[in-house]
Design a protein around this ligand. Structure first.
Ligand SMILES: Cc1ncc(COP(=O)(O)O)c(C=O)c1O
Length: 390
């Protein structure tokens, strides 16, 4: 088999995530014509699956080649014209990206921020909206730089009540925790395929409410061509219509991934993510790694953990890599201070145990005093919700 780096690494970064064998096998199926009726059926099934996972049964779903950043840009450009304001409630690096995107398109951006590791609250958002009357708000559900799961339902309700359209970046949440587009009053859910959905990177996912579609239509021309959703609309309604070549094989992978989600059931899937997050964090705490993220906002899909005293970031991640586990460094003000792990998608307790074993061995290599056996025991117990007994 083709192996780009020659090793069977366990990808524990917060996306892309490990791709299940079933999905990988689907990706390897023969490429069929991008406007064929067979692919159109696959695309329609994927759209229906995204409506299901995003909680928007009547949403218009757009799926095309690109990454999460393009999904963010498409959401902004299709809803906010250059002479209007966009309010960005940012909890870190990827929230800030909305600010850069807005400014790149000549939009006046109001930037609501908090210290890293904390979350913008509904009260803060309400006060900001009362002050400037913005008609669109961008929120990040799980901020991948800080591990914050924002109180998205409450933030969206506040924005909605103030008459603003709500854009929700669900790149690091969709498929790993509840996203309730209609119930929360979200107008655009945007995502990528490479995180909790468990598909390789390369797919833009956008679900738009009726109000968001109306807004797009009311704007006329926007500063986009490939990312102009009105250009995609005929092809998304009837995928045999050409606008730009569909990402054929990625659709196969997404189709199977969404089938796995339906088979597991949303509640069971979210409960699994909660249990694995609990177990992983308990095991890591036993090894001396504490969360940098504020407790009420801990995301179930990933963790950002501070190094124990004296552990060097690069040396640790190199040692961990030598044991076949890949973690991500921190970004921005937390660079060097902590490490980021993903625990989302189609993984199980064995994945968490393998990651913790790797961390234990890496600490041993670095001559850090730790008790890996206790960590594994603690993780298993926490994942089952029972106290650790040695
Ligand atoms: C929350 C969030 N938004 C946006 C992005 C950007 O996605 P991409 O790297 O696929 O462009 C990421 C990437 O990690 C992310 O985690």
């Amino acid at each position: 088999m083709y192996r780009p780096d020659g090793i069977d690494n366990l990808l524990m970064i917060p996306g892309p995530t490990p791709v299940a064998d079933e999905i990988r096998a689907a990706l390897a199926a023969p490429t069929i014509a991008h406007t064929s009726p067979g692919l159109a059926d696959v695309i329609r099934r994927c759209q229906e699956g995204i409506r299901f996972v995003a909680g928007g049964p009547s949403a218009d779903v757009f799926l095309f080649g690109g990454a999460g950043t393009l999904a963010q840009e498409a959401a902004v450009v299709n809803l906010v014209p250059p002479d209007e304001r966009l309010l960005v409630a940012s909890n870190g690096y990827f929230g800030d990206r909305f600010v850069a995107i807005g400014r790149a398109h000549g939009i006046t951006v109001d930037h609501l921020t908090v210290d890293w590791g904390e979350s913008v609250t509904p009260e803060m958002l309400d006060a900001a909206l009362a002050a400037n009357g913005t008609r669109a708000v961008a929120l990040t559900h799980v901020e991948t730089s800080t591990g914050i799961a924002a109180p998205a339902a409450d933030l969206a309700r506040v924005a909605h009540d103030r008459g603003a359209l709500v854009i929700l970046d669900a790149v690091c949440s969709l498929g790993g925790m509840p996203v309730e587009m209609d119930a929360w009053g979200v107008d655009v859910v945007l995502s990528g395929a490479q995180k909790a959905l468990g598909v390789p990177p390369g797919m833009v996912i956008l679900a738009l409410s009726g109000a968001a579609m109306d807004r797009r239509r009311s704007l006329g021309r926007v500063n986009a061509y490939y990312a102009d959703l009105l250009n995609w609309e005929p092809s998304m309604r009837d995928p045999t219509q050409y606008f730009s070549t569909h990402a054929v094989n990625l659709f196969y992978g997404l189709d199977v991934a969404l089938g796995i989600i339906r088979g597991e059931g949303l509640d069971a899937r979210y409960a699994r993510h909660d249990a694995l997050a609990r177990g992983f964090r308990a095991g890591m705490a036993a090894l001396g790694f504490d969360s940098l993220t504020q407790a009420p906002y801990l995301a179930p899909t990933m963790s950002v953990l501070a190094y124990p005293e004296g552990v060097d970031d690069l040396a640790f991640r190199r040692a961990l890599g030598a044991h076949g586990v890949v973690a991500a460094g921190c970004l921005g003000p937390w660079r060097g201070r902590g490490v980021r792990f993903g625990h989302m998608g189609n993984i199980d307790e064995g994945t968490i145990i393998r990651a913790l074993e790797g961390v234990g061995r890496a600490l041993e290599d670095l001559c850090v005093d730790a008790d890996p056996a206790l960590a594994l025991h603690t993780a298993r117990a926490a994942a089952e919700g029972t106290p650790a007994v040695r």
